[in-house]
Design a protein around this ligand. Sequence first.
Ligand code: N2P
Length: 390
Amino acid sequence: MKKHVLVLAMSAALLLAACGKKEEPVAAPAAPAPVAAAPAAPAGPVLDDEKVLNVYNWPDYITETLIADFEKEYGVKVNYDTFENNEALHAKLVAGNSGYDIVIPTAGFAKKQIDGGLYQPIDKSKLKNYANLDGDFMAKIAGVDPENKHLVPWAWGFTTVGINKQKVEKALGGMPMPENAWDLVFKPEYSSKLRSCGIAYLDSPSEILPVALHYVGKPAYSENKEDFKLAGDMLKKVRKDVRLFSSTMIDDIAGGKACAFIGWSGDINIAAGRVKETGGKDEIVPLLPTGGGLVFIDTMAIPKDAKHVNNAHVFMDFYLRAANAAAMANELNYPTGNKAALADIKDEIKSNKTTFLSPEDTARLIPTGGFSNDVSSVVNETYNAFKRGK
Ligand code: N2P
């Protein structure tokens, strides 16, 4: 349906443009013929006068040459910074004047930013590669961003439990693996054993609370303060077993500082590849818990006070090229919602069932969502109390 609306709107715009031409006076006074034809306007997208673009993204979330390729093609200097979680990005946006032209929020979290007017609408007429996007995927994002007005997909994945297989087996000492992998990091019976080889959690209330709430049988994005009490009590019992909190744990996992972790699917796969490349024997695997992993869909958005809005659109369109979106899966194990990119994704990546999930595993995922402003203080308080060990 939405697609149709978009197609209709585009046809209407084309029609209007055509009508506009017809309305020009037929017999305008003849202007003197130019001596030489004026040089044709250079083809290519409109850039801002200042050839700068300020991008704010998550760590380990961009392909190796994307920025350099963009700078070379368009002569735009990119300043690239990273943030560790949605909360940090949110604080920057709320404070205003962040200086960023493109930021990468998770769609569910971005809902309150959209509602609060923190982003400006995307001008889709400037994105000629927009048609590369998968309509069903865009329909999912439209659940938080009606008509896909503000968010353009970057990549998606899921927050899940990962393990270093050999280290976990050894630490469990003959105890069988649980049926629901979340038990490894949420149930003292297991976590007290894994403490010796290291448990790591992502450092973010909006990553940990939804999976904790889901684990205790409550809605992942509950609005009920009692549910947070339950999740907080569960977390409290395993706090002593958590060795580190981090959003950049690829090296920690690959380097053996942690054997069981709550991490992002692609990052866990990157760590697995790193161990193999360096001749390590340990197998690192993102598990697909029967209890479900938590989907995230990360998206590009333009803050309302961005200074380089044209450059931001040119960058978005550049990223929407099939080859650039495919590289995101090929290099970082994160699919993107770019349908045209599928043909360029390597078979070994496509066949990785923890990157391109089976329908059964997909059905088990906890859908993307977000906490409302009403519960944001209880979300943060529950998390901070847990982290401080209170
Ligand atoms: C990858 C970052 C994933 C972001 N390092 C999850 N929202």
